[in-house]
Design a protein around this ligand. Structure first.
Ligand code: 4HQ
Length: 258
């Protein structure tokens, strides 16, 4: 997996890219991330990357030429998929992360100020991606979020294969609760099944708790047919029981009034 990042703040990314799983993946050659200072692609004495907006108004706009020169330079001899981090993009989710990881070769554009000259989008951007509906001051944090999520899809980056395979969202559900020592915290014991050694029972408990967490915290996920189709038989039975309970409760309310 290769990622080239274009930014005027390369120093924001360096410590992040050197640490933890991503640092190790880079050392091992599983992940190649190169960060480029956009100012290296300016041609004036002041290394300018922004100018006043045509039409007036506040703030500054990033000029197109440095971006266009940068993306041409870093793409030389390849055809990477070019992604602009922006609140106007499609919202990043697990499916998008896997799709982008599948491309294998990406250039990420991190803008600042009020944004980038529209002609950059029109000429050298393949796709806009947003990490959520809130406004940040630059695309660097979104780029780091994307790189971290992408790196987890590269085989070998996450040590224990199960950690990726069983991840929340992999199955479309939220994760089940986790426990570790000590056995009692503030009077709360670990669920007995987890210390029983009965691996089949533990699997059933985790499947059930994942479903419970999803129903409680993100019921919208259970409206997706691809998620429902991946439920275990036991999870489907629980879901039907739950729906049955809801109907029962509704009938109860109806009966109370009638
Ligand atoms: N930006 N998801 C960069 C964002 C953003 C987001 C605002 C991107 C400022 C210059 N990017 N511009 N949310 O808030 O990706």
């Amino acid at each position: 997996m290769r990622v080239d990042v274009l930014t005027i703040f390369p120093e924001l990314l360096s410590p992040f890219l050197a640490a933890s799983l991503i640092g190790k993946a880079r050392e091992r050659g599983l992940l190649e991330v190169r960060v480029h200072d956009l100012r290296g692609f300016t041609e004036d004495r002041h290394r300018s990357v922004d100018d006043e907006p045509y039409g007036g108004g506040g703030g500054m706009v990033m000029m197109a030429p440095p971006w266009i020169r940068a993306v041409r330079a870093v793409s030389e001899g390849r055809s990477p998929w070019r992604v602009l981090l922006s609140p106007q993009g499609a919202r990043l989710d697990d499916a998008k992360v896997r799709e982008l990881a599948g491309r294998g070769d990406l250039v990420l554009f991190c803008g600042r100020y009020e944004g980038i000259d529209e002609r950059v989008r029109e000429t050298v951007v393949d796709e806009e991606v947003s990490i959520g509906d809130y406004v940040l001051s630059g695309g660097e944090l979104p780029a780091m979020v994307l790189i971290e999520a992408l790196s987890r899809q590269v085989p070998g980056v996450v040590g224990f294969a199960d950690s990726v395979a069983n991840d929340s969202f992999r199955e479309g559900l939220l994760d089940h609760p986790h426990y570790t020592r000590p056995p009692v915290v503030e009077g709360l014991a670990v669920p007995e099944v987890l210390t029983s050694g009965d691996h089949a029972a533990i699997r059933r408990w985790r499947d059930r708790e994942a479903l419970r967490a999803t129903l409680e915290k993100r019921p919208d996920l259970l409206e997706r047919p691809e998620v429902v189709s991946r439920l275990t038989r036991e999870q489907r039975r629980l879901l039907e029981d739950k729906l049955e309970d809801n109907l029962e409760a509704l009938r109860g309310v109806g009966a109370g009034k009638g």
